[in-house]
Design a protein around this ligand. Sequence first.
Ligand SMILES: Cc1cc2nc3c(=O)[nH]c(=O)nc-3n(C[C@H](O)[C@H](O)[C@H](O)COP(=O)(O)OP(=O)(O)OC[C@H]3O[C@@H](n4cnc5c(N)ncnc54)[C@H](O)[C@@H]3O)c2cc1C
Ligand SMILES: *[C@@H]1O[C@H](CO)[C@@H](O)[C@H](O)[C@H]1NC(C)=O
Length: 429
Amino acid sequence: MPPSKTEPVLIIGAGVFGLSTAHKLATSGYTDITVLEKDDRIPSRFSGGYDLNKIIRSEYIDPFYTQHALNAIRQWQTNPLYQPYFRQVGFLNVVTGEANEVVRNALAKYNKSVAENPAFDGYLVPCPDADHIRRVAPQFTGALPGWKGYLNGLAGYAQSSNAMGACFKACEQLGVKFKLGADGDVAELLYQPGTKVCVGARTKSGAVYKASRTIIAAGGFVANVLPSIAEQVTAICWGVSHIQLTPEESEQMRGMPVTTVRDIGFFFEPDPATHKVKICYMGGGYTHTAQNNGKSIPYNSLAESAYIPAEDVKQTRRMLRMAVPHIAERPLIDTHLCWVADTDNSDYIIDFVPESDSSLVVLSGDSGHGFKMMPIFGDFVQDLLDANTQKLARWRWREVKRDAAGTGKQISWRASAIVDLDSTPRAKL
Ligand SMILES: Cc1cc2nc3c(=O)[nH]c(=O)nc-3n(C[C@H](O)[C@H](O)[C@H](O)COP(=O)(O)OP(=O)(O)OC[C@H]3O[C@@H](n4cnc5c(N)ncnc54)[C@H](O)[C@@H]3O)c2cc1C
Ligand SMILES: *[C@@H]1O[C@H](CO)[C@@H](O)[C@H](O)[C@H]1NC(C)=O
């Protein structure tokens, strides 16, 4: 039986997946949607998307995600809701001369995947050496030692917090209700006694929200709300920092492609409004184990996540010295850990929770590549509800144990293991 559009729907989490889903369902005629969010504002500072910007790249080694990313980019280019926040500056995908074999192979696979896909005809510029890179990124003043790769012009970045804010406003206009702060911070799900059928949620303030359909979109925090998912999802984070430029310096770097240095990290064109350059060191990621239940969950407070490890500072400066040495020694500001829900094979989880009789849906496992899908993510959820089953095996709930060492299988970015934050020194900035 197709779902009734008047049924009360509860969405837990107003991050990327939650907002996209609320917007899609409201647009397609659902009339009773309530979103619960633990922050007292949206865009939520706990969201992995709470940032100046996120890469909107279209290449994946796996053509399944490439097709979705291409569909998403089409929306970023044309959908009036999202288009104002998209900058199609291109995506420069490179390695340094110090990159190891695993990373070089990953670059070669990306390169092959775009070269063989006609969707990218006319968008690719091979960059076999530093001189070629300077032609597509004249903003780089550094030596680019041993750098090589390619530029894909069918990509760029989005101003992610701003895009989430716009989606939030659009949802409100469509009649979606939002509860924030203690009134929106879910303490527990409510079940029909003796069953796994979910009937809503109770928040930290004690408020109870009843729903015939509850959709969990709690990002890295998902195991707080749904402990049984901890077997297949790990909360991991990366450190983010920024460098403040003057308006003149910012202008000099205008139009710089989003640059991913596969063996170190990535950085962006200066934000046009704040003139800040955002930088991220992409090691194997860090995790944190909650004291109370032994599960992998982000720090509870924003203050605890407001730092980056010492290694991140070292690697950030190393990358900038090679490309933009004139700013490489500047203070690193607005440092914070950015949390995601990671699965072993980087596949999303978009499915009903087993034995919930379709009452409980979980949207998780973004694995650090979910933001770009924001304009189309709600479509994935609508498809699930309409079909009343997840037809795509790869997005199903998995009854598997996670590879605890986190060494990964064939994950392109995972060249090193996940490290526990407690075992790594903090940066003194
Ligand atoms: C450093 C970094 C770089 C990234 N770069 C990219 C990129 O370049 N491109 C890309 O596509 N993706 C990128 N991502 C990934 C992207 O940010 C995530 O895929 C995306 O945010 C996942 O969306 P989500 O809705 O699952 O989780 P989130 O966006 O994190 O949202 C979860 C929401 O749930 C709320 N919540 C949690 N617990 C509760 C509770 N108990 N009650 C109520 N609310 C709750 C949180 O406050 C939050 O608002 C990056 C992530 C990081 C960390
Ligand atoms: C990318 O592919 C092109 C075309 O097949 C090839 O000429 C180039 O050497 C490749 N570059 C890398 C970095 O693998």
